[in-house]
Design a binder for this molecule. Sequence first.
Ligand code: C5P
Length: 400
Amino acid sequence: MAHLFNHNVLLGVSGGIAAYKSAELVRQLQERGASVRVIMTHGAQEFITPLTLQALSGNPVHTELLDEKAEQGMGHIELGRWADLLLIAPATADLIARLSMGRADDLLTTVALATAAPLLLAPAMNQQMWKDPATIANIATLSQRGAQMIGPASGQQACGDTGPGRMEEPSIIAQAATELFATGELAGKRIVITAGPTREALDPIRYISNNSSGKMGYALAQAAADAGAITTLVSGPVNLTPPDHVQLLCVETAEQMLNQCLALLPQCDIFIACAAVADYRPATIQEQKIKKGPQEVSLPLVRNPDIVAAVSASKHSPYTVGFAAETNDVVSYARAKMERKGLDMIVANDVSDPSIGFNSDDNSVTVLWRTGEHTAERANKGTIARQIVTLIAQQIDSAS
Ligand code: C5P
């Protein structure tokens, strides 16, 4: 069954009578595994209190654009980046009109402009308003820009009219939200992804490692599974919940990661090396705890195998994607690394900016392949991962 695990749904509620159904919608989204945050317009608060939606979503409800305190917590830019999906239900005629004009006159419309996440609208209004040429034109404009619609349904309306304009039922909206992520772009493809750091032991209790959180690799595994790929995640030690429908194989050292990946290669169409593999490991692992001794000690290290280079050089070589964390001349270093390691694609990011990359929830990358490149603007790692998966699918399609 399709699901919303590990997906952040930002639910916008505008001011229509159907706003009372948003409470049930929050529950339905959560039952499918989503994390939910809610933005309410002023009109929405006339129909349902923020407290209700706060209690159900487990997060403070966002209502104000020009509120110093709110902006310090999670402001409009952070909310936009946090979202994997902006779902507006109900979307009133006025909200739809303001969205179609690209206005930013309250928090909800501002976030709609400030997010790279897809937009799903559940319109709700009087049937005559729905049929009005102005609304029809606004809906057409938003559809052309990529917004998706669910509903409205037809039937008895709160105002006594009968016709199209009722907000779809929460279960149907939640299902539509779920299906948005099930792209099928990599249906049936077998994909192996490395993630997280490796850990290289010095003695029974100490090791060399790095700060990789594994978030990008786990987000890629989620995006690959959503795209229909049979997904295996070879992960170093991290503190993350494994994505649903993904086979998780845990390893510690670079050598274990290499052996696990090589064993998987005969059943692998796409390989993504996202792990931050330790370049060196101690030449020997001491059997007993190393005792404190002289002021200075030196530690002989040996080079670890390059996993992604070994994969691309193997006879089963799949479509191979690597990552390049650089601090300067990002694109030219990354392109050179792609050539040197024999990769089909490389995802380059600038790690000189501490607010993206390693431990952060956001990233901003340039994806390079032999004949082109694409820059993904700063967004959460789920959104970036879906863009990378789409690019891989396009490149594989164009080569076949
Ligand atoms: O050489 P560098 O570490 O900059 O290369 C980064 C890319 O190579 C990443 O895709 C990383 O997962 C992969 N890599 C690897 N094995 C190593 C070192 C890096 O697979 N030993």
